[in-house]
Design a protein around this ligand. Structure first.
Ligand code: SF4
Length: 702
């Protein structure tokens, strides 16, 4: 592409789900600079440390710049032919479910759309899942159970309008920093705004909280079922809303009443006084937003946690109104876009359902698809188990590094190593996953490619190219479409630009959509290249027939269930003890402020590495004493699956009996620092999301 050195290019940050607008500029000497886009409605000019350092991470060091086939450099034709012929042959010999795609919330919507279309409509399998399964699958499942659709009801503005913000399992200060800054600014203007943090750790987010509840790991179900019971006992229900707009309240309240306050206190490790303060605050504050992220989702009871929270909002009618609602914030830049194109094994495109024959028939008609998948495929953890036991014989991994990021990572690595045919498309030449690929396909990176992403408030923004394409790298959508053509599906994969793919995606969202589906961006079905180039950030829904009148869903009390009513889900708090004498501590995993995932990008910036330079574990002083550990000691953490060596940080921020360690470091950055060698493949039974925040381990001085 031709580069205009004089112009600032409007694009979007490739890290977290806040989806901040970025202005990128190349100076005459080739130096790139970035600043926050003052006109972007997600950030209004703000950027966090990671976003501000983007220009430091775009060098070509370590890039994969040419296709490789079985370890030698190859041309695109040879590499693409090899991928297409091996997938076709495997499908012919073993059936469509013998192949799989494992994709990523880092892909742009257009990439995701083409990958999902190829697998679900043309290969005829739903074996496409994503690292977003590790991020927010429980929220998707909870939304669908309650609303009949995977709909995030609110907007970021609600966080500024609320009188009470309840942050559950969410270290917003480090993981969604610009959203945290927006809340902090709103609170400065309205000091009466109250903030409650529910988190086993006293994270940096606690600095802004009026009340920090250091809850027991996975105590959230008990806490929110207890809240529902409290609302019933204290005349704090919106009975008219419940009667008119919901079903199942009686059963949910009955299930919630199983534990009395003393029982909730025991299950949550919170005092009755703390519970009373939180419950009272929630009961009397009409404008309440409950924000939740991985502490809720990454759990064996993640979907129940989500529904326990939503139950409380439905019971008080606090949904779809300014400053009120449950609010799931996503970890990745395009987890939401992936959901919109159905890029998960149990979803269909445009928020349709794979189990619904009418939905499958509609998509088949639109795509003119020869072999639609007719059942859900394998979710991430089960997918890699199927790779390991030989059911999946050809695997294509795109834009993610599962050898380091999947739970029980050593088993995942062994499975990938044993797989007869592994393709990896990536920007880097030597991640722990790329190393095992038989075919390596060089993908374009942030700044080199065009497309769209959707942030946590359903806002679709453009990512725009402003750098030249290096080597022979190609955009993911192009690579996938070329393979589709070579598998014999030429006509269906003839879109020649991201603009054409986006227009097709928008047209499908509106296809036979009479308002029965939430995701509709039909207003953009006719975009051409010029419109797409100038596309300003917008929130869906954006239907073609009626211009959007509200940015909030459910303002009218109508939901996407068959009877139009939201569903209360009866939730029974259950205790879950995973520790024993051998592994007596619970390890909680998460992010630090200045690194991202497995550090393949942020590890390039010395400035970002200055914040925290090495992997660590937080441990309470009493536990440190019990296990003979001093501050800054090197310690070994072990689980039944593996071990890591990290530095001990003895701190009262940590709960007794629990540890916290960040997920980012791999063996590339720290010897024996690969945390997911410890984590387990235990998942939530509804969402399939792994319980990455509750792993039984032991600790000892090294
Ligand atoms: Fe990027 Fe998230 Fe930081 Fe915004 S808050 S600059 S999207 S990492």
């Amino acid at each position: 592409m031709e580069i205009d050195a004089a112009r600032e290019v409007r694009t979007t940050c490739p890290y977290c789900g806040v989806g901040c607008g970025v202005l990128a500029k190349i100076a005459a000497d080739g130096q790139v600079s970035v600043r926050g886009d003052p006109d972007h409605p997600a950030n209004f000019g703000r950027l966090c440390s990671k976003g501000s350092a983007l220009a430091e991470t775009i060098d070509l060091d370590g890039r994969l710049l040419h296709p490789e086939v079985y370890g030698r450099r190859a041309g695109w034709d040879e590499a693409l032919d090899r991928v297409a012929s091996t997938f076709s042959q495997t499908i012919a010999e073993h059936g469509p479910d013998s192949v799989a795609f494992y994709v990523s919330g880092q892909l742009l919507t257009e990439d995701y759309y083409v990958a999902n279309k190829l697998m679900k409509g043309f290969v005829g399998s739903a074996n496409i899942d994503t690292n977003s399964r590790l991020c927010m699958a429980s929220s998707v499942a909870g939304h669908r159970r309650a609303f009949g659709s995977d709909t995030v009801p609110g907007t970021y503005e609600d966080l500024e309008l609320a009188d009470l913000i309840v942050l559950v399992g969410s270290n917003l200060a480090w993981c969604h920093p610009v959203l945290y800054q927006r809340i902090a600014a709103a609170r400065e203007k309205r000091p009466e705004m109250k903030i409650v943090l529910i988190d086993p750790r006293r994270t940096m987010t606690a600095d802004i909280a009026d009340l920090h509840l250091a809850i027991a790991p996975d105590g959230d179900v008990a806490l929110f079922t207890g809240l529902l019971a409290y609302l019933g006992q204290h005349n704090a229900l919106d009975r008219a809303y419940i009667a008119e707009h919901t079903t199942g309240f009686g059963q949910a309240l009955f299930a919630a009443s199983k534990l009395d306050l003393a029982g909730i206190a025991e299950a949550t490790s919170l005092s009755e006084d703390e519970l009373g303060r939180f419950y009272g605050l929630f009961a009397r504050t009409e404008k309440t937003v409950t924000v939740y992220s991985q502490g809720v989702n990454q759990s064996s009871s993640g979907t129940d946690k989500v529904n326990a929270i939503i139950n409380c909002h439905l019971a008080t009618g606090r949904i779809g109104k300014p400053g009120a609602g449950p609010f799931s914030v996503t970890g990745q830049p395009n987890a939401m876009g992936g959901r919109e194109v159905g890029g998960m094994a149990n979803m269909l495109v445009a928020h349709m359902e794979i189990e619904n024959p009418a939905h499958r028939a509609r998509v088949r008609r639109f795509w003119n698809a020869p072999s639609m998948a007719d059942k859900p495929g394998l979710k991430a953890v089960d997918m890699f188990k199927a790779v390991g036991d030989g059911r999946i014989k050809a695997l294509w991994i795109m834009a993610t590094n599962p050898v380091d990021s999947m739970p029980d990572a050593d088993a995942v690595e062994a499975a990938i190593k044993a797989c007869p045919f592994v393709v990896v498309s990536d920007v880097l030449a030597s991640t722990d996953t790329v190393r095992h690929a038989h075919v390596r396909l060089p993908a374009t990176a942030w700044g080199e490619k065009d497309g769209t992403v959707t942030n946590s408030e359903r806002r679709i923004s453009r990512q725009r190219a402003f750098l030249p394409t290096p080597g022979e790298a190609r955009p993911d959508w192009w690579i996938i479409a070329e393979v589709g053509k070579r598998m014999g599906f030429g006509e269906a994969f003839s879109d020649a630009s991201p603009a054409e793919i986006f227009a097709e995606h928008a047209a499908l969202s509106a296809y036979e959509n009479d308002g029965a589906r939430d995701f509709d961006i039909g207003a953009y079905a006719g975009v051409d290249v010029e419109d797409y180039d100038g596309l300003a950030p917008f929130q869906w829904p954006a239907p073609s027939q009626s211009p959007p009148t509200t940015t909030r869903f459910f303002a009218n009390g109508n939901f996407y269930t068959p009877d139009g009513k939201a569903r209360f889900i009866p939730i029974r708090p259950a205790t879950d003890t995973r520790t024993d004498e051998k592994f007596p501590l619970i390890l909680n995993t998460g992010r630090v402020r200045d690194h991202w995932h497995t550090m393949t990008r942020t590890g390039k910036s010395p400035r970002l590495s200055q914040h925290i330079a090495e992997p660590f574990v937080e441990i309470h002083p009493a536990d440190a004493q019990r296990f003979g550990i001093g501050d800054a000691d090197i310690v070994r953490i072990s689980s039944p699956r593996g071990e890591v060596l990290v530095r001990a940080l003895v701190t009262l921020r940590q709960r007794q009996g629990s540890l916290f360690a960040p997920m980012h470091w791999t063996d590339q950055f720290a010897a024996k620092g690969r945390l997911d060698a410890l984590t387990a493949s235990l998942t939530d039974p509804v969402s399939g999301q792994p319980a990455l925040k509750h792993v039984a381990v032991r600790i000892e001085k090294f």
